[in-house]
Design a binder for this molecule. Sequence first.
Ligand SMILES: C[S@@+](CC[C@H](N)C(=O)[O-])C[C@H]1O[C@@H](n2cnc3c(N)ncnc32)[C@H](O)[C@@H]1O
Length: 378
Amino acid sequence: MNDMTLHDLIADRIRAAGRITFADYMAACLYEPGLGYYTSPGRKVGTEGDFYTSITVHATFGRVIAREIAAMWRSMDCPADFTLVEAGAGHGRLACDIMDFLAEQQPDCYAATKLVLVEQEPTLAEAQAALLANHAARLSWLSPAELPGFRFSGVLYSNELLDAMPVHRVLMSPQGLKEIYVTLDGDQFQDQSDLPSTPALAAYLDRFGIPLHPGQEAEVSLAGLAWFEDVAECLQQGFILTIDYGWAKAELYSPQRNLGTLLCYYKHTVEDNPYQRLGQQDITTHINFSALIERGEELGLKPLWFGEQSRFLLSAGVIEELEQIEASDLPEKDKLRLRLIIKRLIMPEGGMGDTFRVLVQSKGVTDPRLGCLRGISL
Ligand SMILES: C[S@@+](CC[C@H](N)C(=O)[O-])C[C@H]1O[C@@H](n2cnc3c(N)ncnc32)[C@H](O)[C@@H]1O
């Protein structure tokens, strides 16, 4: 890699092509090798990073997911070969919390489990291997390019993966659907709207029955949908568990979100200008869960549960986790700290319980007996 900055590199691409799609711009900002937000050194999540994810808050989140994973394994009649795939595994914290829980509390399920981590940034494999050293015998990796060719039975899960995939931006103008491109004004990046770069954008809106209102801007995640179609094919039997910011289409594309949902995170502040701090700030959008549900059904995935993270955690076992903490011989001050942490994971307002949604889908499982289905299902 030469000393070119990300700004110069993207600017050169725009000068060469006249303009680029926002999806190409976002892909470069997040994933340009050595320069992108996720592909350059530095801590992204947690107190010293730019944002928190549920897994950085406390192991309870992973432990509740693990309870549900064990219930999935039992719903599949306890297969001797059970593959867990985590896509967008980051540093491996969630995978570690899940595997620790299974080893400790569900040894039969643990003995059957193989863990496969998939992560866009290959250098994270070292951190993942160190964190998961106790589970090394069960651990392997696939690159994102290898994943579509992989076939497995078990569970594919992700936390905040799809919100980090590049999106196209569109605008409903009086002349019809336009795409918002990125172009240059001198040295500054700016929006430019014109005819869409691909008919796939209008086809996406048509296919999912999304009427944009005049003047409305929105994001379309063609990359997210393509990724999901691939993993739906990879899964032979089992479950897909998706945790992310997002809504069903009626909420996501409602006129109240007239400017879309694009947000940038930098050191725990939120902004909406993607044309600053290139490679230093995260760029995310809320995801369209309806696309996963509807396309999933076409691909043989049955939607089992969809709703707020708080409801999911409550019905999937966070209360049992709390009971274990209360019954433990931890000092009272540690119990209090853990209670407050769990409150943060499930609190609707100001916490993470309402912001995130969880979708559970199954394939070829006749009688799924999951904790989340004890509560309100779809
Ligand atoms: C917002 S981070 C979330 C990381 C972790 N799951 C968490 O909750 O802290 C998104 C992660 O997904 C990775 N990623 C993006 N596209 C990917 C893909 N197609 N396959 C696997 N990982 C991907 C990024 O490199 C990044 O590490």
